[in-house]
Ligand binder design. Sequence first.
Ligand code: HCA
Ligand code: CU
Length: 380
Amino acid sequence: VQNFQLIDSTLREGEQFANSFFTTEKKIEIAKALDEFGVDYIELTSPVASEQSRKDCEAICQLGLNAKILTHIRCHMDDAKVAVETGVDGVDVVIGTSKFLRQYSHGKDMNYIAKSAIEVIEFVKSKGIEIRFSSEDSFRSDLVDLLNIYKTVSKIGVNRVGIADTVGCANPRQVYELVRTLKSVVSCDIECHFHNDTGCAIANAYTALEGGARLIDVCVLGIGERNGITPLGGLMARMIVAAPDYVKSKYKLHKLRDLENLVADSVEVNIPFNNPITGFCAFTHKAGIHAKAILANPSTYEILNPQDFGLTRYIHFANRLTGWNAIKSRVDQLNLHLTDEQVKEVTNKIKKLGDIRPLNIDDVDSIIKDYHIEVSTPSI
Ligand code: HCA
Ligand code: CU
């Protein structure tokens, strides 16, 4: 899993998200933010999708970003001819290989697919541009068909071959097996693309890397067709645990939150509460037992360090599950002085009120302050 690369598709797959409409300015802003974060590739909507899509693709190619710019086309010479004129560094070619897509989408057989793949690949290569060939709906395709087409394209020479779980049906074990098998028949890098319909998009990306894939398609917040694909942030959470030095040195993790906010605002969604890393409670500890341990050593209940992402942890003390260690740390924050016995007593008062109704910080603070006055005023 060391040495993996990211292909961000927020400006291609992400444009297929129900709420997406990116103006040229927004696309440029997002492309620059992705580049600053450090993604390896930025994939853009096909230039034949619309006139403006083509112009936007050209404009982003002119920005001189560090990330390589890709566009994504059907396996067709009409598309390829337009794509190579946009100034992109690479072209991602895709064609459906499952019986569903062959029958109900493009209606072509495997021989035709192989023939047009060869034509498009040779043409793009002749322009000195990177080429990736991918089979849409790989996991519902016939394995023999799949391996044959990958063998064919690998023989003529492509930079990458791609596997796409277009409908989000694959599980991690299937992913691992397909990647291993594919690895034994091709010599180039393997790229993977996972939809999240059954909630496996991050796990599948991870097992693909374990199986020997090198590149993963992601989108900021996982936006994409239907409920989207592997989210950039979620994959970072997974990968910083697996390859901490590599991830920390390669990606500007402090920029993740701003990048997600930028995209969330553009497509008018909120960051989900349970988002890895940036969900509002991702580093909030609540139960007294947790709070006590976290205060002693954060690794007790944290696999991710919020500081790696420029974030901070929070001890949620205004509730009936709280414990005296959490309240003691609040007392310290308020610059008050109570003995441990006194903190335990005031904690009981807080828990009693917490049994009656939800508490907020002000409730707790005033209980603490009242108690403090009570115990520090000499009795007559
Ligand atoms: C789609 C195409 C795609 C392509 C993935 C790829 C998919 O259905 O819109 O190029 O690898 O999910 O199959 O996004
Ligand atoms: Cu997709």
